[in-house]
Design a protein around this ligand. Structure first.
Ligand SMILES: Cc1cc2nc3c(=O)[nH]c(=O)nc-3n(C[C@H](O)[C@H](O)[C@H](O)COP(=O)(O)OP(=O)(O)OC[C@H]3O[C@@H](n4cnc5c(N)ncnc54)[C@H](O)[C@@H]3O)c2cc1C
Length: 376
């Protein structure tokens, strides 16, 4: 029987980064993935590192997001050095374009909200925005520049994180689906594979939107898949420096000249098929934001499944089963929240305390909710 300090279920960017942190802290770590690691959502993502909340519900994550964004440059430098691979990190800021008639009023509200949250944001007139990003439509009314935001090539990042974790001593076990946790009384003694038990002092569930299907975990990680479709474009006569947003879409430039356009948000179960309607929606919004894209070539389309929780917030931290931790539910922000997730899980395992207030994200909050509903 394998004996580890930490068994991690799921080798996406979250499981991989936790493995890296823990292996570097000297622990024996195994990452079990039911397929080749890094081929699910971390592969499908857009890789935007944006601390600005997309809606009021996301304000709860801003403090985590700010810490994670601040950790990024150092994290990426370390991963690149250890793995010998590039991650395509681009710290060039993001620019949100407004098409609204009442853009001025909207703009001052947005700036006030961002500043209130301690985020850097500058209002721009349409002309000034187009001077920075000439590809932007003539129809935009104003824009917000968020200079501290960034992007990363999530596929390259995931591969580099997994390589760095291995080079730091973590073992990867591809094709090893975790069926359930190995629970004895109130203690998690490790994980159950198809025909094997793996003993571990700590078990971390980081299986993205599949986490809830692992036996013994559903109550702590009730996540459902939220499908996102994306397209990769290449345009010969158009360049984009920063991530661009409109109310409908984002465009993410990569170092190799590709421009990613995304993404839909659909609740369609575990269906990852790309649809004509989804791609039509993305492409028309992309051309509205940057009209020159109408001549761009479509290089690739794909879809991925985000792990969404009832309150759309991450699920992070220990459970009431000794030794069992959860790190999932990152929904639209798993790339952004990767460094802080890995840091906090490592702190808890090695020091039994964390340097952030993560109670809000506790895996126990769903049980509390269930208990409250049952006793009403
Ligand atoms: C279209 C799209 C765009 C996105 N854009 C952004 C963005 O711009 N910025 C951002 O921050 N976030 C974005 N996200 C979200 C982000 O990609 C995710 O939050 C993040 O990748 C989650 O990583 P993960 O490691 O938790 O999950 P995954 O990458 O899905 O990894 C989970 C792993 O667990 C494995 N697994 C599943 N079941 C089992 C099992 N039973 N046993 C063992 N292994 C198992 C899977 O094979 C997989 O490798 C986007 C997501 C999508 C779909």
């Amino acid at each position: 029987m394998k004996k580890l300090d930490v068994a991690i279920a799921g080798g996406g960017v979250i499981g991989g980064s936790i493995a890296l942190e823990l292996a570097r802290a000297g622990l024996r770590v195994g990452v079990f993935d039911r397929q080749h690691p890094g081929q699910e959502e971390s592969w499908a993502s857009a890789g935007i590192i944006s601390q600005a909340p997309e809606n009021p519900g996301q304000i709860a994550t801003v403090e985590l997001a700010k810490r994670s964004g601040a950790l990024y440059p150092e994290f990426v430098a370390q991963v690149e050095e250890i793995s010998g691979k590039r991650t395509g990190y681009r710290a060039k800021g993001t620019l949100q374009a407004l098409f609204l008639r009442d853009a001025k009023a909207e703009l001052s509200t947005m700036i006030a909200v961002y500043h209130g949250l301690g985020l850097k944001a500058e209002p721009l007139r349409a002309d000034d925005a187009r001077e920075l990003e000439p590809a932007l439509s003539e129809e935009i009314e104003a824009a917000v520049l968020r200079p501290d935001e960034a992007s990363v090539d999530n596929r390259a990042l995931t591969a580099a994180v997994l390589e760095a974790a291995q080079r730091s001593g973590a073992e990867l076990f591809p094709g090893s689906a975790v069926k359930g946790i190995w629970r004895e009384g109130n203690t998690c003694r490790g994980v159950l594979l198809q025909n094997e038990k793996v003993e571990a002092k700590w078990t971390v569930i980081a299986a993205g939107c599949f986490s809830g299907a692992i036996e013994g975990v559903a109550a702590y990680a009730p996540v459902k898949p939220a499908k996102g479709q994306m397209a990769s474009l290449r345009a010969d006569d158009l360049t984009i420096e920063r991530v661009l947003w409109s109310e409908k879409i984002y465009l993410v430039p990569r170092n190799d000249g590709r421009i990613l356009a995304g993404a839909t948000l659909e609740y369609a179960g575990f269906d990852k098929r790309v649809t004509a309607g989804g791609i039509e929606k993305i492409l028309s919004a992309a051309i509205e934001l940057a009209p020159g894209l109408k001549n761009a070539r479509i290089e690739e389309t794909w879809a991925g499944l985000r792990p969404d929780s009832q309150d759309h917030l991450p699920i992070l931290g220990p459970t009431d089963v000794e030794g069992l931790l959860i790190a999932t539910g990152h929904f639209r922000s798993g790339i952004l929240l990767m460094p802080i997730t890995a840091r906090l899980i490592r702190e808890w395992i090695t020091e039994k305390r964390v340097t952030a207030d993560w109670d809000r994200f506790s895996p126990l909050r769903f049980q509390n909710e269930a208990t409250r509903t049952a006793t009403k």
